[in-house]
Design a protein around this ligand. Structure first.
Ligand code: GLP
Length: 261
């Protein structure tokens, strides 16, 4: 079972996850981070940027792989995940941009982009710690319901629910691309440590389905049940539909001294 940690708010989650990442950066010569976009990981990136600055942590060898990208946005579009990752992760953390990869959403070369991305992750030795958000539809990365639990990086068609959730970032809902390229669920499961974050009541149902529902392609987040080292950090609102919430609180309050998130 994943370690489930229920925290007061997003800042508490950010501080906790940043601490886990700092330990990784200090203990691994060439750490590989799996990076998520969306609003959910922002408090983690903020807290991590602060720790890196305050403690002068060496990030020269940190490599990164984003989960996903839209297909067909013009290069440099501010809402492409390449731009978002540059703005929200690479710059604030001071990472070397040449070591941070985002799937190539160029429509002209999309048929080979998935395979190339998988090869790049393998060449880097795999992802040490993968940060994950959870979509309202239960998706991780852009693996919408129905995605194979063994899938690798490939093109997917976005659901209309996800397009409308993401319309807030675009001038008009019609501007949200129809297609994306995303790490598959099989790709995500290869990371050595998964850290899934979710906040707010609108995520409560997807959180409960992912953690306590049946393992199913209909709930891509439920794939974390297969992972031997998964940490889930949620606020009270996102935890509100968890049947075992009291048990998770009890287990975390009584964790053994050696237990790290
Ligand atoms: C997008 C991203 C996901 C992210 C999800 C949730 O669809 N592709 O990786 O987890 O949105 O977004 P938010 O964190 O803004 O709720």
């Amino acid at each position: 079972m994943a370690e489930v940690i229920i925290v007061e708010d997003q800042d508490a989650a950010g501080a906790l996850v940043a601490d886990t990442i700092v330990q990784l950066l200090r203990s691994t010569p060439q750490p590989v981070l799996g990076l998520a976009t969306g609003s959910t990981p922002l408090s983690t990136y903020r807290a991590l940027a602060q720790r890196i600055r305050d403690e002068s942590i060496d990030v020269r060898h940190v490599r990164g792989f984003a989960l996903d990208e839209y297909v067909g946005l013009p290069a440099g579009h501010p809402e492409s995940y390449r731009s978002v990752i540059t703005r929200e992760v690479v710059e604030p953390l001071g990472l070397d941009p040449s070591l941070v990869h985002v799937p190539n959403g160029d429509a002209a070369t999309i048929d080979t982009a998935g395979e190339e991305y998988e090869a790049a992750i393998l060449a880097a030795g795999g992802v040490d710690l993968q940060i994950l958000g959870l979509g309202r539809t239960g998706h991780i990365g852009f693996n919408e319901p129905g995605s194979s639990l063994a899938s690798l990086t490939r093109v997917k068609t976005l659901t209309e629910a996800t397009r409308s959730d993401n319309a807030r970032f675009f001038d008009s809902p019609d501007d949200v691309p129809m297609h994306c390229i995303t790490q598959g669920i099989g790709t995500i499961l290869r990371a050595r440590h998964l850290v899934l974050l979710a906040f707010g009541e609108r995520k409560a149902r997807a959180v409960a389905a992912a953690l306590e529902g049946p393992l199913s392609a209909m709930q891509p987040g439920s794939a974390i049940q297969l992972h031997p080292h998964a940490t889930v950090v949620v606020d009270e609102a996102a935890a509100s539909e968890l049947a075992l919430a009291d048990y998770y609180r009890h287990a975390w309050a009584n964790r053994m001294a050696w237990q790290q998130p």
